[in-house]
Design a protein around this ligand. Structure first.
Ligand code: ADP
Length: 157
């Protein structure tokens, strides 16, 4: 049984994230989507709401489990018997940033990272752009999964 963790902030989950998750599903028997809690970061949506949003999208997908975690991703992998870390790549800047983290995780915890390239139609999407649009009262419906819109509206009105 091959398993992976897709770690991230998911503040909120976007069509960029779902593009990577949907491409990864055929590769793994079990995919844990893990929201990393960084006490120094300020989030727009609290952790429970971000979990709820991802669960709303993947409620019918038995391979997926949504959790939160603190600490190192490699420790989380070992504690949960997860073989791979999954990350998405949008552009060369993502690659440069991710390369150092992936090499560190391999050195530190002997865990391999699998990278999937985003589709061109979602490569421009980021959670930070979505948050900017929300702060300015704009329409995010083309950038996020439809299932999260009612939850977003509970928080931003
Ligand atoms: P983090 O703070 O860990 O970067 P994010 O939620 O921003 O958390 O991203 C989680 C993962 O999703 C990262 O691997 C990131 O590269 C990937 N990702 C985010 N947006 C996109 C996108 N539009 N296309 C492909 N991958 C993406």
């Amino acid at each position: 049984m091959t398993s992976a963790v897709f770690p991230g902030s998911f503040d909120p989950i976007t069509l960029g994230h779902t593009d990577i998750i949907n491409r990864a599903l055929p590769l793994f028997d079990r995919l844990m989507i893990a929201i990393g809690i960084n006490v120094d970061k300020k989030y727009m949506f609290d952790t429970e709401m971000r979990i709820k949003m991802i669960e709303a999208v993947y409620q019918d997908e038995p391979k997926i489990e949504v959790v939160k975690y603190t600490g190192l991703t490699v420790d989380f992998c070992h504690q949960n018997q997860l073989h791979f870390i999954l990350r998405g790549l949008r552009n060369p800047a993502d690659f440069e940033f991710e390369k150092a983290i992936a090499q560190t995780n391999r050195k530190l915890g002997n865990v391999e990272t699998v990278f999937l390239l985003t589709g061109p139609e979602t490569s421009f999407i980021s959670s930070s752009i979505v948050r900017d649009i929300l702060r300015n009262g704009g329409d995010i419906s083309k950038l996020v999964p439809a299932e999260i819109l009612p939850l977003v509206n509970q928080v931003c009105h």
